[in-house]
Design a binder for this molecule. Structure first.
Ligand code: G1P
Length: 290
């Protein structure tokens, strides 16, 4: 058994209905933020955190995600022939054995998607990354979590305070002791209505989990929305293993949502040396609304 987090699961089988019509034929994870698809940001964050194996849980119509990380022989030959640098393609290429994809054949929820990777995870701690949550931080959110996890162990989730009327969109924590940015998780409930939510501390799309969570996923029944919920399996681990939430020092953009996608494009474009100046000038020249 290893004590390093080497494997990360990316649940990417969802239909992305909140982003229709684009998602009619493009997976939402392939929609671009500036010049790279959303999935690239999640993969870059994982690699920065030391992840060596990327496990995509895909579904029908999602093959372009795997193609994207393949080599593109004709394109590369053409570029070489024209003397163009291939650097722009570097991070989009997975190394040998770096990327594995598994099909989730039934839409039974996030917990079921994670469970589909149980044989690949085996007896190791693992990360789960939900690419919809684009995290902008230095170091990246998962790297921050790995650094904290090396001390606290057990299960560690990324947490963030959300507005009181938003608890119904997240897993919500019953908080225990707090130590700086780390809060002990005493309870966890999926998508509670604001009047029954135990706090406003929400689970956001990054997790470092123990392999025992896979066994728990195999036994929890269907939960909120009739789906197998990762939150329910995690709740079953409380009291058995250390369980904490880390308030990561990063900005989150919810790219499962139209406005979040547009904002992420603006924020990341402003930060880019190649296009930032133009975008900044354009925004500065916009007249205020009458
Ligand atoms: C999932 C989880 C939820 C978590 C959220 C973070 O919900 O089930 O606990 O708070 O991701 O983005 P989903 O957004 O898939 O409905």
């Amino acid at each position: 058994m290893t004590n390093r987090v080497r494997k990360a699961i990316f649940p990417v089988a969802g239909l992305g209905t909140r982003l229709l019509p684009a998602t009619k034929s493009i997976p939402k994870e392939m929609i671009t933020v500036v010049d790279r698809p959303l999935i690239q940001y999640a993969v870059d964050e994982a690699r920065e955190a030391g992840i060596e194996q990327l496990i995509f849980i895909t579904g029908r119509g999602k093959s372009s995600l795997v193609d994207y990380f393949d080599s593109a022989f004709e394109l590369e030959e053409k570029m070489r022939g024209k003397g163009k640098s291939l650097e722009v393609l570097d991070s989009s290429r997975a190394g040998y054995g770096e990327l594995i994809s598994v099909r989730q054949q039934e839409p039974l929820g996030l917990g079921h998607a994670v469970w589909c990777a149980r044989d690949i995870i085996g007896d190791e701690p693992f990360a789960v990354i939900l690419p919809d949550d684009l995290m902008v931080g230095k170091p990246g959110a998962l790297k921050q979590m790995v650094d904290v996890w090396e001390n606290v162990g057990g299960n560690l989730i990324a947490g963030e305070e959300v507005a009181a009327d938003m608890t119904g969109s997240y897993g919500i924590v019953t908080p225990g002791k707090q130590d700086g940015a780390v809060t002990e998780v005493r309870g966890l409930i999926e998508k509670p209505a604001p009047d029954v939510a135990p706090s406003r501390l929400a689970v956001i799309g990054r997790y470092i989990l123990q392999p025992e969570v896979m066994a728990a996923l195999g036994t929890v029944g269907r939960g909120a929305g009739g789906e197998i919920q990762l939150t329910d399996a995690l709740a079953a681990m409380i009291g058995k293993q250390p369980f904490n939430a880390l308030n990561v020092d990063a900005q989150r953009h919810d790219c499962g949502d139209r406005a979040g996608f547009v904002i992420a494009n603006i924020v990341l474009a402003l930060d880019r040396p190649d296009v930032g100046g133009k975008v900044r000038d354009f925004i500065a020249g916009l007249s205020p609304r009458p």
